[in-house]
Design a protein around this ligand. Structure first.
Ligand SMILES: Nc1ncnc2c1ncn2[C@@H]1O[C@H](COP(=O)(O)OP(=O)(O)OP(=O)(O)O)[C@@H](O)[C@H]1O
Ligand SMILES: [Mg+2]
Length: 228
């Protein structure tokens, strides 16, 4: 079980400070939401928490079963971020979804089985053989999510993963995430523009405003502060 601590995180792009002294603790098995306006720094914070970028200042510390652990390749393979804009390989949907398990050492067969299970979870088994570049926007977003699920991560970071989904698919994706949370085995961090969704998926969260954590705590409290 992995927990994360963001300690005094600041981040600059071309000399512009987009995150300022962010401090957060996300418990092992917790489901945590990050909300805020466009450009508030949500995706940047998520990339830092996923160890995809190094902060300009401060640090992200991961704890495995309570003990600090280095962010080496082994750890980073247990942490998966689903990007806001799907980036899929120019292969079949199945090959895209099987890729993650395969690079993490699963046999070809095991990787394909996991990919089929993940596609089934998000309700898109019928798309398995379709070339990924021909998918609609919503379908690509579902494949993006299935890709992460196939890896069976211990920390799952989701960046607005339902923004192109119709209500039925959104409900299904939320159910998948809620089931992971209910299992208690996965630490889930969701970024969303939708405070209602944040409240459905997480009990606690942070409101980010211009790169700063304006409030952190129970979602109801954040909603009351006018977060969106
Ligand atoms: N690679 C980059 N180079 C320069 N500026 C960047 C880069 N990535 C992000 N930014 C800037 O940092 C700020 C925060 O961006 P970020 O993507 O984290 O916002 P966000 O809260 O996720 O917004 P949205 O709700 O629109 O997705 C924005 O002003 C953005 O223009
Ligand atoms: Mg974003």
């Amino acid at each position: 079980m992995i927990s994360l601590r963001a300690a005094n995180l600041s981040h600059c792009y071309q000399g512009r400070l987009v995150l300022q002294e962010v401090n957060l603790e996300i418990g092992a098995g917790e489901s945590f939401a990050i909300v805020g306006h466009n450009g508030a720094g949500k995706s940047t914070l998520l990339r830092l928490l996923a160890f995809l970028e190094r902060p300009s200042a401060g640090e992200v510390v991961a704890f495995a079963n309570g003990a600090p652990t280095p962010a080496d390749l082994a750890l980073r393979r247990r942490v998966v971020m689903v990007m806001q804009r799907p980036f899929l390989f120019n292969t079949s949907v199945l090959a895209n979804v099987a890729y993650g398990p395969r690079v993490r050492g699963a046999s070809r067969r095991e990787a394909r089985e996991r990919a089929h299970r993940a596609l089934d979870m998000v309700g898109i088994s019928a798309l398995a053989e379709q070339p990924a570049r021909t998918l609609s926007g919503g379908e690509a977003q579902l494949v993006n999510l299935a890709r992460a699920l196939a890896v069976e991560p211990e920390v799952l970071l989701l960046d607005e993963v339902t923004s192109h989904l119709d209500p039925d698919n959104e409900a299904r994706a939320e159910e998948v995430v809620a089931n992971l949370t209910a299992s208690g085995r996965v630490t889930v961090i969701v970024v969303t523009q939708d405070v209602d969704q944040a409240a459905r998926l997480a009990a606690r969260g942070a409101l980010l405003s211009r790169g700063r954590v304006e409030a952190v705590g129970p979602l109801l409290h954040l909603v009351a502060r006018g977060g969106r």
